[in-house]
Design a protein around this ligand. Structure first.
Ligand code: BGP
Length: 468
């Protein structure tokens, strides 16, 4: 097994799931501060008591954490910048210097270990004030505010950050309008027109950010990112095939616009049938021509779909009700179906359609871990299940490369345990590094290397040869 020489091996985190320090050094509140239980239920007011606000104290322990990433030999570290550390309410005239300094220190540490940063500009952490004042991305005003924030990042980190992702999983706005689009209107009351208008604003903002990044530094490479939703028809019934075509188009919709620079041919009928009327200006259309340099996506699982409600077992996936379990797939403890070959399939179908470099920005297994003595006076976790999951996915990633797909890199999700996005738990652990934190907030926050730590270190050191 050999991977391209420059292959970017690494790992991904998000500020709101690991930093903690939600109000330190001038940080404003973000929408995550009213999602103490994950994306399921929003609270009226932020409560400082919940775990989400604590993260894993990366804000104070980033040196120790990045040293461990360095020890594992990461080539790349994907992290997000908390918008509300830079612009606490999103509308200040000047950025918060302390916030910028924090990320400068992160970059210092990355440089120390020769790790290339990959920065997600917005990872489900829009300043809360913008949600409250503008109803988030339903307002066109958000485009300017986002670009103001981008300008600060591109200028301040010029020459230090080359790889950027404009929005984490931009297509999740259709399912999670608050977490992804900072839209306060409850989903049941939100009109399709407002939802798609918000999507449109994000897409225009993303395209203009690509343009700006290139103008400020031609070396910048800016990716779009989607949830790599992969769905198979449950049966060969043509209705199921068409159902999957529809679900695929929900995803392609975002990639077609960001990678090809215009609304796809099927948009017109969709909008007409749903009675959606968007305000898309000529300027917007011109802006969308600024396509992304690479396509990043998260991939954890796949699902089946059928039009026949009597068939199959419902999948526990949180996506759409038509989804069914695949009888050929295992499931994680959280009901996510495990399908390594689906990764090869997804890489191939994206590449066939866009011929842009691809980046696997998230992949991994969320599982309960048991901390046990390691025999040398410390602790460890025998996470063979995690190693097995990753090994199978990396084999399929390698197959896709053999197929001819141009894959730039792979950042597994949450190399250090962090707070889950969907359920705000710490028990759903993805890391190679265990964090001693319990769901009731107790724990020392000490870091311990799991068995997978050494395994992944070897994978990187041998550029994939040790996988088999
Ligand atoms: C993605 C998010 C991440 C991450 C991951 C795993 O959708 O971009 O932030 O958390 O899913 O999900 P969870 O944490 O819910 O297991």
């Amino acid at each position: 097994m050999s991977f391209p020489k420059e292959f970017l091996w690494g790992e991904a985190t998000a500020a709101n799931q690991c930093e903690g320090a939600y109000d330190e050094d001038g940080k404003g509140l973000s929408i995550q501060d009213v999602l103490p239980h994950g994306f399921g239920a929003r609270t009226e007011k932020p409560t400082a008591e919940n775990l989400k606000l604590k993260g894993i104290d990366h804000y104070h322990r980033f040196k120790e954490d990045i040293a461990l990433f360095g020890e594992m030999g990461f080539k790349v570290y994907r992290f997000s910048i908390a918008w509300s550390r830079i612009f606490p309410t999103g509308e200040e005239e000047k950025p918060n210097e302390a916030g910028l300094c924090f990320y400068e220190q992160i970059l210092d540490e990355c440089e120390k270990y020769g790790i290339e940063p990959l920065v997600t500009i917005s990872h489900y952490e829009t300043p809360l004030a913008l949600a409250e004042k503008y109803n988030g991305w339903t307002s066109r005003k958000m485009i300017d505010l986002y670009l103001k924030y981008c300008k600060v990042l591109f200028e301040r980190f010029k020459g230090r950050v080359k790889y950027w992702i404009t929005f984490n999983e931009i297509n999740s706005i259709l399912r999670q309008p608050f977490m992804s689009g900072a839209i306060m209107t409850p989903k049941e009351e939100l009109s399709e027109t407002d939802l798609y208008q918000a999507m449109h604003h994000e897409l225009v903002a993303s395209a203009l950010a690509v343009k700006m990044a290139h103008e400020i530094d031609p070396d910048n490479q800016v990716g779009c990112m989607v949830v790599g939703i992969t769905v198979y028809p449950l049966t060969p019934n043509p209705d199921d095939i068409l159902k999957v075509m529809d679900l695929d188009n929900d995803l392609y919709f975002f990639l077609d616009i960001q990678a090809r620079g215009e609304y796809p041919y099927y948009a017109k009928r969709r909008f007409e049938e749903k009675n959606i009327h968007l305000n898309i200006t000529e300027e917007d259309r011109a802006a969308l021509k600024n396509t992304c340099d690479f396509i990043a996506f998260s991939y954890y699982s796949s699902n089946c779909a059928t039009c026949d409600p009597t068939l199959g077992e419902p999948s526990r996936s949180n996506m759409t009700p038509e989804l069914r379990k695949n009888p050929y797939s295992d499931v994680s403890e959280w009901g996510w179906q495990i399908d390594p070959k689906g990764l090869r399939y997804t890489l191939n179908r994206f590449y066939a359609r866009y011929q842009k470099p691809l980046f696997i920005a998230e992949n991994g297994l969320g599982a309960r871990d048991e901390l046990i003595p390691d025999g040398n006076g410390s602790f460890t976790v025998n996470d063979d299940y995690r190693i097995a999951y990753m090994k199978e996915h990396l084999i399929q990633l390698h197959e896709a490369i053999l197929d001819g797909v141009d894959v730039m890199g792979y950042t597994s999700w949450g190399c250090i345990d962090l707070i889950s996005c969907s359920t705000a738990e710490i028990e759903k652990r993805y890391g190679f590094i265990y964090v001693d934190l319990n769901s009731d907030g107790t724990g020392t926050m000490n870091r311990y290397k799991k068995k997978s730590f050494e395994w992944y270190r070897e994978v990187i050191r041998t550029n994939g040869e040790s996988i088999l």
